[in-house]
Design a protein. Sequence first.
Length: 252
Amino acid sequence: MKYQVTKLEFCWGIEKGELDLWSPLNCISVRADVARLFLDWELALIPTNEILKKLADTIEANIDGHIDQRRSCFEVLPPGEYEYDLVPLRMDPPNLLVIEDGSTSPRKLELASPHHPRLKLDVHPAFAVIHGVYKLYPDIHKSQRYYDPMLRVSMLCCERVPREFYARPDFRTLRRHASGQKDDQRSSESDESEDIPADADYPSKDGAIRIQSWLKAVPKPGLIVEQVSGKSGRSEADSFTDVWPNTSMEDI
């Protein structure tokens, strides 16, 4: 896990140890049953082709250029609102019903339909792509407009990272020392828990396990109804959770 995160840090143009999987840029808030669909890689958020091209071009320039002249994907694509298609990642997609403002009856949501408006979310495209590309299959997605650009990003993130980058000091360690903090036992352990910042809302790997265990306990409904309003679409009767962090990078 740590090796893959370091590879993304190089490709995305940030410092070693700077990637925060627990960032709000890698978080969406949805109903608990919908969160389960993201957790099981049944749904993905796919950016527009224009954004995918910018992301791929930036990564390619970072790989081909000087190690100290890389551009951060978070500067090329600043944090903010981006448009996404909600895309099914399996042959038999889940049934989603939506109740729109002013309507009393639900209608079926056609996933990734050109007739359906895109979702506008604050999740960063780099994180969304890494989640989505993990379960793209040629048999299902090859004919779709996003398949080739997503595949390009994925292949670029598989490129070899210079040894010089791996040899660099960890950004979090430097920041911790600059603030006068001492390394504790957890931060010195060489396992995937090092990928979780000490100041995260759930400050340990155990916290992440608790979140995923809770999500897995949510029953999988045969039919999901999500209410849509002018803002968040939330109602007090619904149960919502945050889907984070994206930890699907083992096979990149």
